[in-house]
Write a protein that binds this ligand. Structure first.
Ligand code: UDP
Length: 308
């Protein structure tokens, strides 16, 4: 069972699970997901789609071995527009997904986020850092929902002995991100393809570390099969400033775009880079796809959408 399985990462996860011989049930209310991401599975008897909000009671017949809880808006632009739905899916939705896992005796994996570290005072971020989060700021709805979700998963593990896994996902990009997703990679690519100005927020010296989706999904799959209930960072530790990213996108697209500066949104983290020592040790995992290669693939995919 993959909640949010019609979204960017959920649908790539569903693909990988089917490829590896699992049967997959996707649950999605299509608030930010899109069935086009799953259209290639139409008619596949190993695959089923349920149109439902994960905050409502979940009923599934038959055996369920794994519950992957991926449902949530994840772009700052989306969760700014949908703060209550974001809080509900992280809290009530996580509760329902955990309840289903408990009822079925399934293993549960929570798609958590580097946002639990907020605007981090520790760099790079290790899993034992508790974070620096503004609960009432614009990102609070997402950050606190995911922090609550982690606490709930740990409580189900401790009280009910549920097998739980927590992945803290750092910035990820790739095909199936929506053109108007609002996150920086599709925004810059979309602007570059149209030779429009690239909108760098603030002075562009804030950093992120971008992981290609296929690396991330492989790490998460390994985490589900591992034996650790403690949070694990999955992401690419190669750190870039937003100005560096803008230049990389301009080069990769051969665009005539220039960079323009726009105000930095409130509480925008100044730096972010995962410490992936735990993932390396526990999962024998590290990312393989360099930014240039991932950007090429993403640009090729977004070009087809950009033409529309
Ligand atoms: N950003 C930017 N221009 C844009 C969109 C985003 O400079 O058009 C910046 C944003 O301020 C942040 C970084 O890019 O510093 C990453 O933003 P994103 O929305 O992708 O996710 P975040 O990592 O902030 O959750």
């Amino acid at each position: 069972m993959v909640t949010g399985g019609a979204g960017f990462l959920g649908s790539h996860l569903a693909d990988l699970l089917l490829e590896r011989g699992h049967r997959v049930v996707v649950l999605d209310n299509l608030v930010t997901g899109n069935v086009d991401n799953l259209a290639h599975h139409a008619g596949n008897r190993q695959f089923r789609f349920i149109y439902q909000d994960v905050t409502e009671y979940l009923f599934l017949e038959g055996r369920v071995d794994y519950v992957w809880h991926f449902a949530s808006p994840a772009s700052p632009v989306d969760y700014l527009e949908l703060p209550i739905q974001t809080l509900k899916v992280g809290s009530l939705g996580t509760h329902k997904a955990l309840g289903l896992a408990k009822h079925k005796g399934a293993r549960f994996l929570l798609a958590s986020t580097s946002e639990v570290y907020g605007d981090p005072a520790v760099h790079p971020q290790t899993e034992d850092y508790w974070g620096h989060v503004n609960p009432i700021g614009p990102r609070g709805c997402y950050d606190e929902a995911k922090r609550f979700a982690e606490a709930l998963a740990m409580a189900y593990h401790k009280e009910h002995g549920l097998e739980t896994r927590i992945v803290r996902i750092f910035n990820t990009y790739g095909p199936r991100m929506r053109l108007r997703d609002g996150r920086v990679v599709p925004s810059f690519i979309s602007q570059a393809l149209k030779n429009r100005p690239i909108t760098v927020f603030g002075d562009g010296r804030q950093t992120r570390s971008f992981c290609y989706y296929s690396d991330l999904i492989e790490g998460i799959y390994r985490l589900m099969l591992s034996e650790s209930h403690l949070p694990v960072n999955i992401g690419n530790p190669t750190e870039k400033t937003m100005l560096e990213l803008a230049r990389a996108v301009i080069t990769a697209t051969g665009s005539r775009s220039r960079v323009v500066f726009r105000p930095l949104p409130q509480d925008d983290p100044k730096q972010r880079r995962p410490d992936i020592t735990r993932a390396r040790r526990l999962l024998d995992w590290e990312p393989r796809i360099p930014l240039e290669e991932g950007l090429r693939q993403t640009i090729a995919w977004l070009s087809t959408k950009n033409a529309i």
